[in-house]
Design a protein around this ligand. Structure first.
Ligand code: F6P
Length: 360
């Protein structure tokens, strides 16, 4: 039986990602237009439920023109779990459980159910809230595409476009100056962005967390290209790679962190090949900016589907894409299960087939 709903809340949590506004717009338009509900925009993750004065009504007017906009009109945060919210008090960080306060504020705001748009961390908090009575529907987001419950997440396609464009640009400068170009890309512990952009950009080497590599093997690939007349190489490096213990000279390699792995690989390859090496760390330009058509469409489909789930009274679930269709899974089964690159998948095979090396 359909749940009696008069108003819903919507929030975005975790890092921002292209397509978030498309989801918000989809939720708002379907909620108001199809179901006649009121929509409350909960700002900065769950913060708006802790401090309800931050919340604001979302209308057709509030979502006009936001489809092509990057970021999220609601603001977001990747800190601030209401069950253990850290606040600085007299110079010390103290954790507070604000979950009850969130439930009370939700009632005061008249919110009957929440659409929670976010990655794994945010969905885990959403699931925790369901245990104390919150009616929640989740919408997965991440540029990393590493959530196993859904075939693909919005944001990934836009990130790929940004990285592929960067590889194309670096290609021409690498070729002109006979250099080795290292491009560090995001993705956390999964190599999806690196693998797909490396394929799309025609890179020569792709280093991903799922395939162990050595600097010697990468050096050999660069030198082999050199012998065959290609005096430049493009190496795509996923930020989450596990670095080998030693470089090609047997010297220990420093500890890697996102943002510095590209430089570590660059330094090691400069030493090993004696070639000019340049490093580009693409960073947050991958998660910013206008979403691609694919991400706008997927975001809209997810947003409308989330409203539909609420209308059907199907809570504690997350929308997902399976075989190209929008479906839903129980939140419990969706959280904490990551999807990484299978080293034997066809995309890796295709990359190897066109001569891309993985350094293994
Ligand atoms: O999970 C998305 C992601 O963009 C990762 O690819 C990246 O490592 C991380 O978030 C960046 O987080 P922050 O914005 O906190 O630096």
């Amino acid at each position: 039986m359909a749940a009696k709903i008069q108003a819903i809340g919507v929030c975005t949590g975790g890092g921002d990602c292209p397509g978030l506004n498309a989801v918000i717009r989809g939720v708002v338009k379907a909620a108001i237009g199809d179901y006649g509900w009121r929509v409350v925009g909960v700002t900065n993750g769950f913060d708006g439920l802790i401090w309800p004065e931050q919340c604001r009504e979302l209308t057709h007017d509030s979502v006009r023109g936001i489809l092509p906009r990057g970021g999220t009109i609601l603001g977001t945060t990747n800190r601030g779990n209401p069950f253990a919210y850290e606040i600085e008090e007299e110079g010390k960080k103290v954790k507070h459980d604000f979950s009850k306060r969130c439930m009370e504020n939700m009632e005061q705001l008249g919110i009957d159910a929440m659409v929670v748009i976010g990655g794994d961390g945010t969905q885990s908090i959403a699931h925790q809230f369901t245990k104390i009575g919150m009616k929640v529907v989740g919408v997965p987001k991440t540029i990393d595409n590493d959530l196993s419950a859904t075939e693909v997440t919005f944001g990934f396609d836009t990130a790929l476009q940004v990285v592929t464009d960067a590889i194309d640009r670096l290609h021409t400068t690498a070729e002109s100056l006979h250099r080795v170009m290292i491009i560090e890309v995001m993705g956390r512990d999964a190599g999806w962005i690196a693998l797909h952009s490396g394929l799309a950009g025609g890179s020569d080497v792709i280093l991903i967390p799922e395939i162990p590599f050595t600097i010697e093997n990468v050096r050999d690939k660069i030198q082999e290209r050199e012998r065959r007349g290609s005096k430049f190489s493009l190496v795509v490096v996923a930020e989450g790679i596990k670095l080998p213990a030693k470089d090609a000279m047997g010297k220990p390699i420093p500890e890697a962190k996102p943002g510095n792995v590209g430089n570590i690989i660059g330094y090691a390859l400069r030493e090993a090949t004696k070639k000019e090496v340049r490093v580009t760390v693409l960073g947050h330009i991958q998660s910013g900016g206008s979403p691609s058509p694919f991400d706008r469409i997927l975001g809209t489909r997810f947003g409308v589907a989330a409203a539909d789930l609420i209308a059907r009274g199907e809570f504690d679930r997350m929308v997902c894409l399976r075989d190209g269709q929008v479906e839903s899974v129980p939140l419990e089964r969706a959280i904490g299960v990551y999807k990484t690159v299978d080293p034997n998948c066809d995309a890796v095979r295709a990359a190897r087939g066109v001569g891309i090396a993985f350094g293994d």
